[in-house]
Design a protein around this ligand. Structure first.
Ligand SMILES: NC(=O)c1ccc[n+]([C@@H]2O[C@H](COP(=O)([O-])OP(=O)(O)OC[C@H]3O[C@@H](n4cnc5c(N)ncnc54)[C@H](OP(=O)(O)O)[C@@H]3O)[C@@H](O)[C@H]2O)c1
Length: 306
């Protein structure tokens, strides 16, 4: 590529802060979009990254509360629960021809974004990473990898390729994928059973796959059937093998949000699964029960036992 991009990052948290810092370190112009308080910290202290994989470093970024000029791309990395409020910082006319690249987990947000912005500039991405905002502007990247699938059927291919090259050169290996539905559902199928069950029971993955294995199998199978009906991949045996290979102490980010009393992306994950199941007439009784129980309070059973 060789060209410097101008990239806005809406939500400089675990995902957004890491990507903003890596792009800035690679020489791109990065404008973080956040509330005034976080913007003030970023202007003063920059973004501070702790990462065994990418190194520990501090990098300067611009910080603002709104998009005010054309950008090549605006990466969207807020949680679902704050998406609507956060998008007010990116007025469609200001974004103009810029790509809008959401990194949110879930499958419904691309349609929301395409209703508000140029549909042929919305390029959904899936990121595999474990990265946490420990304080405003301070990001801990814990996973020994960061990988991105970038999609967007209607987006001009050269625009996707340019961004993918910039991201890959900055750190996270980024592939342009032709099948947006497959990319989003592959992540959903893997994430949903683990996120819903670790949060519902308030226990790490090791306990879910031993003490709650029947429920895990049911959720994996129901999710796979829903994914298949939506045009996504479906390989329940592979999903179970992957869960079994993880360290028993592993927690999901939904579970960490529950433990910290933060809002959960329950509707974007569990709610979206059930809406897709209903649309396609796929039975999902165990998922429905777990989502219902979660709504009554995550880890409710675990806390009752204490
Ligand atoms: N973290 C991961 O490892 C990971 C991995 C894969 C996918 N994801 C997905 O990526 C998405 C983002 O997750 P995350 O963990 O990066 O979230 P996060 O660490 O909570 O970061 C969210 C950021 O959004 C900012 N924000 C909240 N409301 C805002 C608003 N109205 N305007 C502007 N900024 C606002 C927060 O600002 P403050 O800093 O001021 O609080 C924070 O910096 C989620 O959908 C998640 O499921 C996360």
């Amino acid at each position: 590529m060789g060209n410097e991009l101008t990239v806005a990052v809406l939500g400089p948290g675990g995902v957004g802060g890491l990507l903003a810092a890596l792009l800035s370190r690679a020489g791109h112009r990065v404008i973080c979009l956040s509330g005034e308080e976080t913007a003030r910290v970023l202007r003063t202290d920059g973004l501070r990254i702790r990462s065994a994989h990418f190194g520990d470093f501090t990098t300067r970024v611009e910080a603002d509360t709104h998009v005010r000029e054309p950008v090549d791309a605006c990466l969207v990395a807020v949680k679902h629960t704050s998406l609507d409020a956060a998008l007010a910082r990116v007025p469609a006319p200001a974004l103009a021809d810029g790509l809008l690249v959401p990194f949110l987990n879930g499958v419904e947000h691309p349609a929301t974004l395409r209703a508000r912005y140029r549909p042929d500039r919305v390029a959904p991405a899936v990121i595999r990473v474990e990265s946490t905002r420990v304080a405003p502007g301070v990001i801990e990247h814990g996973s020994p990898f960061a990988e991105i699938d970038l999609t967007g059927t209607a987006v001009p291919r050269n625009r996707l390729d340019t961004l993918a090259e910039a991201l890959t050169a900055a750190g996270p290996a980024t592939r342009v994928q032709d099948d947006e539905t497959a990319a989003l559902w592959a992540k959903m199928s893997f994430l949903a059973p683990m996120a819903l069950l670790t949060t519902r029971h308030g226990v790490p993955l090791g306990d879910v796959r031993t003490r709650h294995r029947d429920e895990l199998i049911a959720l994996v199978e129901e999710t796979a059937a829903i994914s298949r009906a939506c045009g996504g991949p479906a390989d329940p045996a592979q999903a179970l093998d992957r869960y079994d290979a993880f360290p028993p102490s592993m927690k999901s980010s939904m579970q960490r949000d529950a433990e910290a009393g933060r809002p959960l992306e329950r509707d974007a994950i569990g709610g979206a699964l059930l809406r897709a199941a209903e649309r396609h007439g796929i039975p999902a009784p165990v998922t429905a029960r777990v989502v219902r129980e979660l709504a009554a309070g995550p880890g409710a059973e675990a806390s009752r036992r204490r």
